[in-house]
Ligand binder design. Structure first.
Ligand code: FAQ
Length: 316
């Protein structure tokens, strides 16, 4: 006869486990909505890492010195690795990588809005490392404590690498800001381009965020979108001052009472447009991913044929 604990609603027991900070593992019982939320978030995150290679990949052949080229190449390769860890984490939830990729390529899956902006100058590479990786770290460090074990463990390594990326980006900005007047202007123009899109990476405001409350109850997310955005602003404003750059927000002010920097209004219609596929580079990014997928077809086929020959049937 099942004991009293066994008889209780599995949803209640699940929440109690989450509250005790026990990690949920792939074979454990979990509510279907919890599984679906994780597949959605982890796969969008994986797609973001992979599409995120494109804006910076654009500068590998044009990096100003050999040292900069080596650093950038390593960073872009790291992002590919993050995509792989994250697709693997998503696969533990019973969804195949091929399925997830087809969602990206058909345009039904989202990826981060930030990667739909262009990188016209070398300073954009500095701004991406400083601001985009900076925002990514702020969002992702709490994900190391996510209730789902495979995602949390993948995030530990990802965060270590992202923090190296943030430093190399800041160092590019510092070199430009200590350089000629033209280099300083290039750095300022890049900050002007990336500041607001970086703030939008954290997602819609808490009032508009449809998933936050439930994801926080399940301890997938530990902080709300606005809380993390505020932490990023508080960390980044002094860094901009150190660089001698101006944040492109005339309403930005420091509030003595709360000890926080207060930003002006975010233009949420821009985030909506970019998510809807109407950002400056959405089409270019999707075209590049589809082309890369086609060009990789022979590699997938060769790997499958090799596995078949050795008796290891792979998934299509
Ligand atoms: N872009 O209810 P919420 C990186 C969607 S990786 C596009 O607040 P949630 C590393 C959201 O998916 C960057 N879509 O949703 C790197 C949802 O749509 P859905 C990616 C967005 O999940 C650096 C709807 O809006 N990071 O940068 C965006 O609770 C340099 C409602 O939103 C991650 O994925 C957006 N900005 O919170 C790589 C981190 N914001 O699914 C290369 C993990 C929201 O209902 C170079 N993800 N949406 O169709 C998360 O923390 C969360 O998923 C949020 C959104 C915070 C992004």
């Amino acid at each position: 006869m099942p004991d009293a604990t066994e008889e209780r609603d599995p949803h209640v027991r699940f929440l109690e486990r989450v509250d005790r900070e026990e990690k949920v593992e792939p074979r454990d019982w979990m509510p279907e909505d919890y599984r679906r939320t994780l597949v959605r978030q982890i796969s969008q995150h994986a797609h973001s890492e992979v599409v995120g290679m494109l804006p910076e990949g654009n500068w590998i052949t044009r990096a100003p010195t050999l040292r900069r080229k080596v650093g950038l190449l390593a960073k872009v390769q790291d992002e590919a690795g993050h995509g792989l860890y994250l697709y693997s984490a998503a696969e533990t939830l019973g969804v195949s990588r091929a399925e997830l990729l087809s969602q990206l390529l058909s345009g039904t899956a989202k990826y981060s809005s930030i990667f739909n902006y262009p990188t016209p100058t070398w300073a954009d590479i500095g701004a991406i490392g400083w601001l985009v990786d900076g925002a990514a770290i702020m969002n992702q460090v709490p994900l190391c404590r996510c209730s789902y074990g495979p995602y949390a463990r993948a995030m530990v390594r990802i965060c270590k690498e992202e923090s190296f990326h943030q430093r190399q980006g800041f160092e590019i900005m510092l070199a430009l800001c200590r350089g000629t007047a033209a280099q300083q202007q290039m750095a300022q123009a890049a900050l002007d381009r990336w500041w607001w899109p970086a703030l939008m990476m954290f997602g819609p405001s808490d009032r508009a965020s449809e998933h936050s409350a439930r994801s926080m109850r399940w301890k997938i997310k530990r902080f709300s979108n606005d809380e993390l955005r505020q932490r990023f602003v508080d960390a980044t404003v002094p860094q901009a001052a150190h660089l001698g750059l101006t944040i492109p927000d005339p309403d930005l002010r420091f509030d003595e009472a709360t000890g926080h920097h207060v930003i002006g209004a975010i233009d949420w219609s821009e985030l909506e447009r970019v998510i809807a596929g109407e950002g400056p580079c959405n089409q270019e990014r999707m075209h590049a991913r589809r082309e890369a997928h086609e060009q990789g077809r022979w590699v997938r086929e060769a790997a499958r044929a090799h596995a078949d020959k050795r008796g290891h049937r792979t998934k299509p």
